[in-house]
Design a protein around this ligand. Structure first.
Ligand SMILES: [Zn+2]
Ligand SMILES: [Zn+2]
Length: 241
């Protein structure tokens, strides 16, 4: 059965639907869904108490319970609680650039040293995997770029070496990479390289909107084109490592 590993709910973070509505939408599409709300001081689940309520709530529902952490940031949650989740998603959302924390989604202005920026981006991923605050199971939206870089350089800013370094690190730590339906990343080039070295693939809608939630249309199309089979896909383990 197809699993949409990555959905955000209205109840516990910045989605548009409740967990129950997400599960229902998944059923209509023929997927099992994972709810993976943001675990971050910038969102609703900010404390161990919040996380405990979230886990308790999702335990009663027919879905996977997950959470999305910010790579490169300190975690504010206890390991014991985080390990009660079925799997953990980690993605880079903020980078310390030009003297302040900036969110990739809101960086509109020109980035003057794009190569230096990409180096920082890569190092943040590698460090978070090598010295994890909490081990992650899935690398979310790899190669999501700030709009300026995406507009100006498109894929050219992401070198083969950049991709290969990230992939060899995730492979070593048994982390899957996500095909993200909302962000339409990563590229075919990235996924082909991942498949070649045996990195598992996770399909995530990263749904926040009504339309985007439990929607894997783009991921499944890409999967078909690249010949991705069940064997290539991320499987939820019984116990987190
Ligand atoms: Zn994310
Ligand atoms: Zn997300």
């Amino acid at each position: 059965m197809t699993i949409d590993t990555h959905n955000h709910s209205l109840t516990f973070s910045d989605g548009a639907l409740t967990p129950e509505e997400i599960i229902k939408k998944g059923e209509e599409k023929g997927y099992r869904v994972g709810i993976s709300d943001h675990l971050s001081k910038f969102h609703k689940i900010k404390t161990d108490g919040d996380l405990e309520k979230y886990v308790f709530y999702l335990n009663k529902l027919p879905c996977y319970k997950s959470g999305e952490i910010d790579l490169g940031q300190k975690t504010i949650f206890s390991k014991e609680l985080l390990n009660r989740l079925d799997y953990i998603i980690g993605g880079v959302h903020n980078l310390f650039w030009e003297g302040r924390w900036q969110c990739l989604w809101f960086m509109e202005e020109e980035i003057k040293e794009p190569d230096k920026f990409m180096e920082l981006y890569k190092k943040t991923i590698l460090r978070a995997i090598r010295e994890p605050v909490i081990p992650i199971d899935i690398l979310a939206h790899p190669t999501k770029l700030p709009s300026y870089l995406a507009r100006t350089f498109k894929e050219e800013i992401i070198s083969d070496e950049w991709i290969e370094e990230v992939l060899s690190e995730v492979k070593e730590h048994n982390i899957a990479v996500e095909i993200n339906n909302t962000e339409k990343v990563p590229s075919e080039r990235f996924i082909k390289k991942a498949l070649k070295i045996g990195v598992k693939i996770s399909l995530g809608s990263d749904g926040h909107s009504r339309e985007g939630t439990a929607n894997l249309d783009w991921c499944l199309e890409m999967g078909k084109r690249l010949g991705i089979t069940e064997d290539n896909l991320f499987q939820v383990r019984k116990e987190r490592k």
